[in-house]
Design a protein around this ligand. Sequence first.
Ligand SMILES: C[S@@+](CC[C@H](N)C(=O)[O-])C[C@H]1O[C@@H](n2cnc3c(N)ncnc32)[C@H](O)[C@@H]1O
Length: 344
Amino acid sequence: MELLCIQSQEHPELPQGELKAVMECEEMGASMEVITEGLVIVKDISSENIDEYYRILTRRLGYTHEVHQIIKTSSVDELNDDIFSIDWQDYIDENFAVRLKRFDSKVDTVAIERKAGSLILEKTENIKVKLDKPNSLVRLVAFQDTIYIAIEKYHLNKRHFEEIKPHKRPFFYPGSMSPKLARCMVNLSRVKAGQLLLDPFCGTGGILIEAGLVGCKVVGSDVNWKMKNGTAINLDYCGITDYRTFHLDVRELKMYEKVAAVVTDPPYGISTSTGDIEGDDIFKEFFHAIYDNMADDAYLCMASPHYVDLNPMMEEVGFELAEQYAIKMHRSLTRIISVIKKSE
Ligand SMILES: C[S@@+](CC[C@H](N)C(=O)[O-])C[C@H]1O[C@@H](n2cnc3c(N)ncnc32)[C@H](O)[C@@H]1O
């Protein structure tokens, strides 16, 4: 069985990297096929696993907009016959809408949606069309000559990423990354629900909120006690209870339990103070301090500016790079997202 993921196109690689990381850490027996940017199929899923995988993907992913279960892979020429051949009573709960999304295709969206809707009505009893907030969404996705016929069973909570933007939280301080990127970084760290995740530069807690919502136990620390307290206020506001916060300099970090993941956005640039550590030394000090606090198979996912060369610093401590992504912020700043693990 197959799941169709419609992804954000705001970055060419991060949405796929995030999906791959979630499939890996959740040990999904499935493979991933990239159809085009923004369209990925998770395939070879057994019927026993499909529901669980569907729920995991919709609960975790940040850079994916929609996930649908593919009913049939059709074509422009065979679409009407294929739609008519499906037993829609099995998929639709009282009312439905058909919506088509195109990727590299010029098919007539409105005509196809209407025709598909009328064929489904013809084939079923006691089922109605409801364009606004239907119980069931029949999603058609056209890519070149192929049309995927799919049904949406679980929604991703897209509104969360709007509602939890940094300025909408009770404790605000500039410099917190977007909730979507924070969620993506948590996922890139391959952490699972119930495991312990640390952010030693927690600031206002943006990363810890996303990790807490994924079900992790979270620990945050910051050299600034106002930030430490602010993180706790924001975590409480989001209903996250399994957390601890500490007021401390990253150099003093000594965890009571080795962590399964570290996800962090260290300070850089002129506006953030670094607890009297000069320039790039904050990264060096951070790598030294964090190593012994991480489990041997733990991943570290961190942000840094393009002009800092992390490689010699991480190698000196015994880390190696697993993956890296570049996000252009503006003309003079590219943010680098690195996924790092202990060298074997
Ligand atoms: C870029 S901000 C982190 C933003 C955070 N991700 C958020 O959502 O708000 C970096 C944080 O590192 C903290 N910091 C700076 N130097 C530190 C040090 N030596 N040890 C621990 N925290 C430090 C700052 O107080 C600041 O809150």
